[in-house]
Design a binder for this molecule. Structure first.
Ligand SMILES: Nc1ncnc2c1ncn2[C@@H]1O[C@H](COP(=O)(O)OP(=O)(O)OP(=O)(O)O)[C@@H](O)[C@H]1O
Ligand SMILES: [Mg+2]
Length: 235
């Protein structure tokens, strides 16, 4: 499982993640919700090694995530889809996908993974040779997720996959994440401001405010807690 204990991350004077502790069972989905600046991205970036923690611990099974460089984190089955649909605009859709599997070298199963990804996102299959810069926002997000899946991760860290997308595309992407998790036993940490969509597919949820966990529990219980909704979830 993913075990996070008293994790703290500072950006200079700003304490972005403040003694955060939670566990995520293998094969489950935990939603991390909270307002702008709550520390959600900083939490994911700490887990994938992009920023250094100040204290605390984070283990994925027996792997100490805080001790590894980002390139090693991916080898231990952890994939991070950062905020902002980050794809490489100069490369084609297919080249972007291939990048996700780079560390797998000549693994013959890479082609199997690619066809699985294209089954999940058929739109990408229709656009393999197109430049990534020609994709719509939703298609770029599909590509960013698809590229992460090319690494055949066991733990997927998703940062606001719904940001700026039309409701129908959001629904499709969340449905895909949910189906994939149930089919493959993938473990998911889903950072979202779109609390309604995230809580609908999550098993558990934590609510962050100013870097601290202010509520946690079963996703259903969080979703139906009216005072939490008013105070932190904005609906
Ligand atoms: N590189 C950085 N340097 C300085 N401060 C930073 C840096 N990155 C984040 N912060 C600060 O840390 C806090 C948490 O930011 P973070 O990006 O983790 O929030 P978030 O919950 O992901 O917000 P959003 O929903 O807007 O994406 C904010 O106050 C932010 O200004
Ligand atoms: Mg963020």
């Amino acid at each position: 499982m993913l075990r996070i204990d008293s994790l703290t991350t500072d950006h200079g004077q700003v304490r972005a993640v403040d003694h955060v502790s939670f566990d995520v069972e293998v094969g489950s989905c935990t939603a991390v919700i909270g307002a702008n600046g709550a520390g959600k991205s900083s939490l994911l970036r700490t887990l994938s090694g992009l920023v250094k923690s100040s204290s605390g611990s984070a283990h994925w099974g027996d792997v100490d995530l805080l001790k590894l460089p980002t390139s090693e984190v991916v080898r231990h089955g952890v994939a991070h889809v950062p905020e902002g649909r980050s794809v490489i605009a100069e490369l084609s859709v297919e080249e972007n996908l291939n990048l996700g599997a780079l560390w797998r070298g000549k693994d013959p199963d890479v082609t199997v993974t690619k066809s699985e990804v294209l089954d999940l996102f058929p739109r990408l299959g229709e656009r393999l040779k197109q430049g990534a810069d020609s994709l719509s926002g939703g298609e770029r997000q599909m590509l960013a997720i698809g590229r992460a899946l090319m690494a055949r991760p066991k733990l997927l860290l998703l940062d606001e996959p719904s940001l700026g997308l039309a409701p129908i595309v959001i629904e499709q992407i969340f449905h895909t994440i949910d189906t994939m998790r149930k089919a493959t036993g993938l473990t998911v940490v889903l950072v979202e401001q779109n609390a309604v969509s995230a809580l609908a597919i999550a098993n558990h949820a934590i609510v962050l405010a100013l870097g601290k966990i202010v509520a946690s529990g079963e996703a259903k219980a969080i979703a139906s807690d009216e005072s939490l909704r008013h105070a932190y979830l904005g609906y």
